[in-house]
Design a protein around this ligand. Sequence first.
Ligand code: GLN
Ligand code: ZN
Length: 769
Amino acid sequence: MTAKSAAAAARGTVYGYPRQGQHRELKKAIEGYWKGRVTADALEETARGLRRAHWQQLADAGLHELPTGDFSYYDHVLDTSVMVGAVPERHRAAVGADALDGYFAMARGTQDVAPLEMTKWFDTNYHYLVPELGPDTVFTADSAKQVAELTEALALGHTARPVLVGPVTYLLLAKPAPGVAADFEPLTLLDRLLPVYAEVLADLRAAGAEWVQLDEPALVQDRTPAELNAAARACRELGSATDRPKLLVASYFGRLGDALGVLAKAPVEGLAVDFTESGAANLQDLAAAGGLPGKRLVAGVVNGRNVWINDYEKSLSTLGTLLGLADRVDVAASCSLVHVPLDATAERDIDPQIARWLAFARQKTREIAVLARGLARGTEAIAGELAANRADLASRAGSALTHDPAVRARTAAVTDADGRRSQPYADRTAAQRAHLGLPLLPTTTIGSFPQTTELRTARADLRAGRLDTAGYEDRIKDEIREVLSFQEKAGIDVLVHGEPERNDMVQYFAEQLTGYLATQHGWVQSYGTRYVRPPVLAGDISRPEPMTVRWTTYAQSLTERPVKGMLTGPVTMLAWSFVRDDQPLGDTARQVALALRDEVHDLEEAGTSVIQVDEPALRETLPLRAAEHTAYLDWATEAFRLTTGGVRPDTQIHTHMCYAEFGDIVQAIDALDADVISLEAARSHMQVARELAGHGYPREAGPGVYDIHSPRVPSAEEAAALLRKGLEAIPAERLWVNPDCGLKTRAWPETRASLENLVTAARRLREEL
Ligand code: GLN
Ligand code: ZN
């Protein structure tokens, strides 16, 4: 095909769409089903209605080929496990008795059976259920869901393309089932899995699919030659069938690198590739590889995971280049739109001037259709849209919100010295001990205490105007008093105020920082029926006034013991927000860091001697490719140091991260130059402590001895045993005693009992030393 005819055929598509519905109907129906208030038939009816409505939205927006099978009651990876018959042994009876209840049992567990483990989908905030596989896994094809959804869409008159998690990505995301050797590699099951995929593909072909999409995002990560070989083999085997649909192998979230050559040579009819910021290099790589002669290229030029309008001219230029490189070029979002909220026009509280810059799922589908039209018929066909787009981009670039001269001047003036404490750690620690007068093995908590129904009701009442600010603040103070008095009685050494005033550790700060926007309806699926509303970091960041000082000083006024100031760190503030795409992340992080630095300063001025800066997202935002780690860790570390570097030597800086696997970033954690770190460790039997020691980590650390994810109360003996393990790796002078994470999801009774046991354990150990 010539470039001209490739253009004329251009069409728009997406790989997936937000599942929940405008009014979160799906969440309500599913949770109603769990509570027995909604029947299975009614749930299915709601789901079918949502699918129908979503396809109609996509078609009305002007898309030509619609995805099917992307819909899910819980998670598309779990759906894939069902599709290939990979149901864990312990769930088979439940699945056999009732497919739907069995499905939810795998997702959520039951009284007697543990659910599948949940983890993050690449570097997004979407969580999938990890397939459990072993050498005995027998795969069987169950194409019912895929076929049913395709049939539904076709019956409605749509052109539909089923979307499946590809076999290689599926296996690479899996882990050894319980009882299987930890070094078992699920990818060794590929030969067994491929025939099952072939069967599903044949079923979809028989049901009327012209094309089927196989998602292989795992190929944008660092892959070994053996893994790339597996991808080649998968394409070869699936491509060799005669009764199959055309295959579109999709990748997203980044650069394909070596995998591009593998896919370009594979006997599949099309590739979908990310050409946004994260996949920018794909364009040169593709040209260098000689393009995709004879293949269809689906170009992800509209960013599927941010909330900003597209730059049409830039996209059209990319698309223009691609026209010469493939047989046919279509336009798409870079990834499924499940990672963005549904509709920006639902946001009535956002300044209309700023709302023009926003594109959620509905707006993005329109952008894709416009670009496809521009590509097919020439820019004259979209002259009006181009002009409007240019004006919106100019309004954003020239806005006072995105360019605050005071913020710009301040970030420009930052020097290395700003990120350096005035004394090295080894000298500071003595000053801090003297200043704080702490015992060996000091006890503390991570920050939040139970977020009770009363607290949540008070917040709802405040929002609804049923409670005035003074009344609300009285409730918060009552809570702080209770939290303080409990900790004193329990004998905890470094106290916290309990964070009762915070709805969420990021949103609370975002609401108080200039440059951040909150959304009313910007829900995004985090996992299952849990949706979050990330704030939008839209402009230059500044702090009009102190954010936490009032509550911390109130708490400190109630006790002689040190009360920790509690802040969310700059990296986490970015990671759990939608961040601006018009400047490097490091620049944005620096702005947030300076705002937090002022807060740290004000806390210190107000008499706070211990300040904790939480960075639970530091590890999870690590780029997918190792080659990019250093650049990321450089700006992340700089931002943390800028936040905390200005304090006196005797002010103790804590940080907290809630995960256990971070051997690869111990050096970076050390470079944060914090005095104390608390980490999750209870479930892994202090594995973290051994890892820190193994890497020669020289600072104070509190590996958690209380698993806060469970209502279970650890006994004093149990906590003491964990501490003894901790002491084998970390000397007593540097070991802290604390839970794994904040206590906001726990109830008071188990919290009280657990913390009392934790103090008892610390005291017992002090006597033994
Ligand atoms: N300080 C926060 C809390 O205790 C930390 C939460 C987190 O690490 N995710 O709730
Ligand atoms: Zn945590």
